[in-house]
Ligand binder design. Structure first.
Ligand code: SF4
Length: 354
């Protein structure tokens, strides 16, 4: 059946989007020794532990890991939605860039001043974020900052939104629709359109393809890639699905139990993972033509309320040593642009061949 909300084939879309930047260009997101916890009646639960890395301008950066490893909490910290019971225990997030030709930076606590104009967020289960009984036109108008709306009449703003939807291969008729009239995939596209309408430098997307069938997933990934290319912005994609990272990210970080354990170019991580956890994750992926038996990762991630001392992966790691069980491995650059936290790598890099 023809989908009445698509105006043309989704993928080709050769024309450029109109990019109107509001005087600021974010060049880097710096996550500086960040630790966060959730306050509970039984005491704090430490969810992010000393995470320290940078995301560069104009890249698609992926954050992967099992459910409960802290991916969403990290993304919330990047977007500055730190609200009780979530607490930042140490470190900070900084957006650095240029504003009117001069260097600027916003730190945690100030980043929300840049919401929508410079950084936007596609939350997990975004499809349920839309108010089902409010027409999409009103939801778009509500999301546009007041200062922006003052520059033009309401009709001009609606026209710009309609034009933007068309540029994303979506019908302007969507503006008259209510969210309950749309499929899950279409609601996800609308949320992405909402989050990118102001041409933000940075888009954070939490599990943008979860709960969608593979055909719709493909359409959403194509939409994100196309937007990144045409808006020339930075995207941070959180997903537990390694296939999503393989398809669209430039670099990625692997999270385990609240820490980044490996970080590097996506192609390198898939071709030659160096951390034992990443090796097991990548080794478990099915590949076309590969009929070898696939093993899962035995055991479960540790409870964040009572993590093991030393390396948190040690109870599941076939290479664990006594040192692993006693000492937390440092997250360090093991080769140019490649970071990992593993005692074994320290020894191997310093002495023997990996
Ligand atoms: Fe395995 Fe030890 Fe490396 Fe942890 S530090 S991943 S336990 S080898």
């Amino acid at each position: 059946m023809k989908n009445k909300f698509f105006t043309r084939n989704f993928e080709p879309a050769a024309q450029s989007l109109q990019v109107v930047r509001k005087g600021m260009v974010i060049k880097m997101i710096k996550i500086d020794h960040l630790s966060t916890s959730y306050s509970t009646i039984n005491g704090p639960v430490h969810v992010i532990n000393d995470v320290d890395f940078e995301i560069q301008e104009n890249e698609i950066f992926g954050i992967a890991g099992e459910s409960g490893c802290g991916k969403t909490t990290l993304l919330k910290a990047l977007y500055d939605i730190v609200e009780f019971p979530m607490v930042v225990d140490a470190g900070k997030v900084t957006l650095s860039g240029q504003k009117n030709g001069e260097d600027f930076s916003y730190k945690t606590g100030q980043i929300r001043k840049t919401w929508w104009n410079n950084i936007s967020y596609v939350p997990q289960a975004a499809q349920s974020v839309l108010n089902p009984i409010v027409p999409l036109k009103n939801q778009f108008l509500d999301s546009i900052p007041k200062a922006e709306k003052k520059r033009e009449t309401k009709e001009q703003t609606i026209k710009r939104v309609a034009d933007y939807l068309e540029e994303l291969s979506l019908s302007p008729d969507l503006l008259k629709a209510y969210p309950f009239q749309l499929s899950g995939g279409m609601r996800q596209r609308v949320i992405i359109a909402l989050a990118t309408f102001m041409a933000p430098n940075v888009v954070l997307a939490d599990e943008p393809t979860t709960a969608l069938d593979v055909v719709v997933q493909r359409g959403i990934l194509m939409m994100l890639m196309r937007l990144q290319k045409q808006l020339q912005n930075t995207m941070v994609i959180v997903s537990h699905d390694m296939g999503v990272h393989y398809q669209i990210t430039d670099r990625m970080g692997i999270m385990y139990s609240g820490s980044i354990v490996e970080l590097g170019k996506t192609e390198h991580i898939f071709e030659k993972p160096i951390h034992p956890y990443t090796q097991m994750l990548v080794g478990a992926l099915p590949r076309v033509g590969d009929k070898s038996p696939k093993a899962g990762i035995p055991g479960r991630p540790p409870a964040l309320t009572n993590p093991p001392p030393g390396c948190r992966f040690a109870p599941r790691c076939p290479k664990a040593t006594r040192e692993c069980r006693e000492t937390i491995p440092k997250f360090r650059e093991v080769e140019q642009g490649r970071f990992a936290a593993c005692h074994l790598l320290n020894e191997e890099r310093e002495g023997q061949h990996v």
